[in-house]
Write a protein that binds this ligand. Structure first.
Ligand SMILES: Cc1cc2nc3c(=O)[nH]c(=O)nc-3n(C[C@H](O)[C@H](O)[C@H](O)COP(=O)(O)OP(=O)(O)OC[C@H]3O[C@@H](n4cnc5c(N)ncnc54)[C@H](O)[C@@H]3O)c2cc1C
Length: 190
């Protein structure tokens, strides 16, 4: 009760490429640590401000935002012997209203862009872009942004990339369209 963000968990799990094997065998930690830009457990964690709890083999441990863990397509800041032990989701994000959109060139294909949005109980608004950018893009506002502001910030963000799943220009453009759909949905005016 009160954890209104729960639909995002199913939506992000279903955003993984349609494979029985992945849906049933892949782990949340493995998906985050593989760190592909299309890693939808990264989309989930970034969209909800989750923190990675990391064990080091010398016994030390550290915490950092999942958004800072992934720094490229298949690249992260984990050092040799480090293990992702847990992912912590803060209560304020779990209490948020959320929106989700995914687009892929093929109906069940790997994501070209995944956009999440959320409005916390205090009005803080966060948009996350993954798959379209090589590393997670997080846009944070003290209150819901206008359509113009959101479109501008998404268009100006760095990191849009080109690969067989889509061109950088297409990814930039569809990210803005998907975010606007979420913005309207969260405003209740969609
Ligand atoms: C058909 C198919 C479809 C796929 N679709 C997608 C997709 O849509 N999006 C996507 O991102 N990927 C996809 N993948 C790639 C990959 O299978 C997934 O990213 C998957 O979620 C990885 O999870 P896993 O538990 O199998 O990780 P593993 O393959 O077991 O591990 C991945 C890497 O992370 C390391 N690792 C695992 N757990 C931890 C941990 N707790 N701490 C530190 N390091 C760890 C492993 O040592 C390894 O280097 C796909 C693969 C296949 C075969």
């Amino acid at each position: 009760p009160g954890l209104r963000a729960h639909p995002l968990f199913t939506q992000c799990a279903n955003a993984l490429l349609a494979s029985f094997k992945i849906w049933n065998m892949a782990t949340v930690g493995g998906n985050i640590c593989r760190s592909f830009s299309a890693a939808s457990m990264v989309s989930l964690a970034v969209g909800l401000d989750a923190t990675a709890h990391i064990w080091h083999r010398d016994g030390a441990d550290r915490d950092l935002p999942v958004a800072d863990l992934v720094i490229g397509n298949g690249i992260n800041v984990l050092g040799p012997g480090e293990v992702l032990r847990a992912v912590d989701f803060p209560g304020h994000a779990l209490a948020a209203r959320t929106g989700f959109r995914k687009i892929a060139l093929a109906e069940l294909g790997r994501s070209g862009a995944v956009v999440t949005g959320r409005i916390d109980p205090d009005g803080t608004t966060v948009y996350g872009i993954t798959a379209a950018t090589e590393w997670p893009t997080v846009l944070r506002y003290p209150s819901p942004p206008s359509a113009d502001r959101l479109r501008h910030d998404i268009s100006a963000a760095p990191g849009y990339h080109t690969d067989p799943l889509g061109s950088a220009d297409w990814r930039r453009a569809v990210s803005a369209v998907l975010a606007e759909e979420i913005r309207l949905e969260l405003e209740g005016t969609a």
